[in-house]
Structure formats: structure tokens, C-alpha cells
Design a protein around this ligand. Structure first.
Ligand code: FES
Length: 331
């Protein structure tokens, strides 16, 4: 199963049925009106529809309801060659916290690519990416001795819901707006489950999984998940305490090319980053979603918000929701 081939086929199927795609069309607002939905875009045009589905990894339409029930985690992956047949063709997860996940990607007649992930932490709360990737490589070598060296290393962000089930269905408090999120890194399969859930809701038919995946559900699976939930929210509270703490740097001169740091300037905090060519960017460090302070991600070279997972480029542009507007100008 090849994710990008699958997505390409899916896009072809949508276009064959009259669907159209518009890239670079940023959603900045939405409103339920006249029995439908109006979506405002950054460039100005307004999209009117009977229903709108926000399947944007982290929902950009919702300010609080969903974001207080899931947590953004950063996860790390290494991949390297193994002799064909030396690793069984299977999907493997272990039960550690954070857990490892393993699969192979066929490369040819003689080799496969072994792909191993793990080392997760709450977004924006670690700066030891090299150690995490080294530990992942060591774990891989220990369990799969045919693994040579990691040829590829990358990281991604996953959204972990409080009760381990994705949120898929009507947006809390809405009539014609739907969301799909909280995939825990299982977006390809959960995305299909989400489509099977949301489509019947839109056309007024029975939806088998609607109650189970309801984004407005209150039920919590266990006392453990409640405890974890409270701890997760404590992360956001801790973040607000940073408003009164000192900065990490006192001048942009302290930054080498490719580095970023938080600088205090009077009462405000600035996100300062230096590009590889030496250009310095200074933006407000206040996340434009709900106001937490962003943290520099030295591996991906971007600003991560630990509260709900927004990410911003060194120049402040939005890379990942729920924020939809760039970090404000430094002044
Ligand atoms: Fe919500 Fe930053 S993502 S405050």
C-alpha cells in the first residue's frame, strides 16, 4: 500500500466526478448562513456551500472545543536499507510510551527500505532531536540487525486525542460544518473511516460510527486518560507563565545561521531567527491561535506552538494550523 499513489488515485476519482481542487486558498473565517456555510479566504473570495468539512489535520475552524481534547506530538522516523526478506512484511507497534512503529517499503528485487518511527514528545517541548534520532537508530539496529545505516531521517506532527479515538463528524455547536482530526498518525485509515462517517451525516442517512467518533463526545475512556488530559492542559498553563520569564537570547547576534531563539524586548517576547544566508527575522512570539508562546524547533527550523500544534516558518508564515494568520510583526 503506497500512500501517495493512493492519494493520487483518490484525487483522480474526485476530479472524474466533477470535484475540483484549489491549492493556495487559505481559509481565514467561516459562518453558518441561510442553511449553508460561507468560508472566507485570505485572498478575499468567499466560498458558499451547503456543508463544509474541515479535514485540515488540526481544525482551523475551531478555536477551543476540539483543541482542548487533543494534544500535538512530534514524532521521529529513520529509514535505511535491509536485505529483502530479512524483515517480515508487516506493520508493527510496540507498547512502550512513546511507542515504536515499523514497516517496510519494497525497493527492488534485493532490498527493502525499513522505516522505523518513535521518540515522540509534546510539540515544542524538546530540543534533543539528535539524541532521539540516534536512540531510534540504535533501537532499530538492536531489533533488526540487518539494518545498516539510516539514509533518511525526518519528523512529523501527529494529533493525539484524549480518549485515543479520532474526532470525525459534526463540529460541536454547528449544523452544516464538519471536522475530521485526531488521527494519532493513522490518517490514511482513519481518513477513510471519517469519510464513511461524515458523508451519511451530510446527506441525512444513518452513520454507523457517528456516535463513536462524535467530535462533541464527552465520554472519557478511563481515569488514566483524564489524568493525562489534566497533565496535558498543565503544559498550556506552564506556557503562559513563560510570558514573565527571561528570553533565551539578548540579541540576534547570538544566533548562528539556521538558529532561532526567544528574545525579550521590554514587556514583549520576540521570535528571532537567522536564515542560512544570514537574514534575520523578528516576529512576535505570540501564537496567533490562542496566544501561547512559540518555541524554536531546531530540527525542522520552524516555530512550534506547544499548546495546540500551530507551526510557523522563521519569517512567521503559517505552516500548520490551527493558527491561520502569521506571527505578528515585531513592533
Ligand atoms: Fe493554540 Fe498556539 S496553537 S495557542
Amino acid at each position: 500500500f503506497h500512500p501517495t499513489k493512493y492519494l493520487k488515485g483518490l484525487a483522480r476519482a474526485i476530479e472524474a466526478r466533477g470535484g475540483r481542487f484549489y491549492a493556495e486558498t487559505v481559509h481565514v473565517g467561516d459562518e453558518e448562513k441561510d442553511g449553508g456555510v460561507e468560508v472566507t479566504t485570505e485572498a478575499g473570495p468567499v466560498i458558499r456551500a451547503g456543508a463544509a468539512v474541515f479535514a485540515t489535520n488540526s481544525p482551523t475552524n475551531d478555536k477551543v472545543a476540539i483543541h482542548s481534547k487533543q494534544r500535538p506530538d512530534r514524532t521521529y522516523v529513520v529509514a535505511g536499507r535491509v536485505a529483502k526478506g530479512s524483515v517480515p512484511d508487516s506493520l508493527v507497534w510496540d507498547t512502550y510510551d512513546a511507542y515504536h512503529y515499523v514497516r517496510i517499503q519494497p525497493l527492488g528485487e534485493r532490498e527493502d527500505l525499513l522505516i522505523v518511527g518513535g521518540g515522540d514528545h509534546r510539540s515544542g517541548e524538546a530540543q534533543d532531536m539528535d539524541e532521539r534520532l540516534a536512540a531510534l537508530e540504535a533501537w532499530t539496529r538492536e531489533h533488526y540487525p540487518s539494518f545498516g545505516a539510516a539514509e533518511y531521517r525526518w519528523s512529523g506532527q501527529v494529533l493525539e486525542p484524549i480518549d485515543f479515538m479520532p474526532f470525525s463528524g459534526r463540529n460541536p455547536g454547528s449544523t452544516n460544518i464538519y471536522v475530521h482530526t485526531g488521527d494519532s498518525g493513522q490518517g490514511i485509515t482513519n481518513g477513510v473511516a471519517g469519510s464513511l462517517t461524515i458523508l451519511p451525516l451530510i446527506i441525512g442517512e444513518d452513520s454507523r460510527y457517528a456516535a463513536l467518533l462524535d467530535p462533541g463526545r464527552k465520554s472519557l475512556t478511563s481515569v488514566t486518560s483524564v489524568g493525562e488530559f489534566v497533565r496535558d492542559q498543565a503544559g498550556a498553563v506552564k506556557n503562559f507563565a513563560e510570558y514573565i520569564g527571561p528570553g533565551e537570547i539578548s540579541s540576534a547576534d547570538e544566533l548562528a545561521p539556521g538558529e532561532g531563539g526567544i528574545m525579550r524586548k521590554g514587556l514583549i517576547k520576540l521570535a528571532v531567527a537567522r536564515d542560512d544566508d544570514g537574514t534575520v527575522h523578528q516576529r512576535s512570539a505570540v501564537c496567533t491561535h490562542l496566544g501561547c508562546l512559540v518555541h524554536w524547533n531546531d530540527f525542522e527550523k520552524c516555530w512550534d506552538c506547544p499548546c495546540h500544534g500551530s507551526q510557523f516558518a522563521p519569517d512567521g508564515a503559517v505552516l500548520n494550523g490551527p493558527a491561520v494568520t502569521p506571527l505578528a510583526a515585531a513592533d
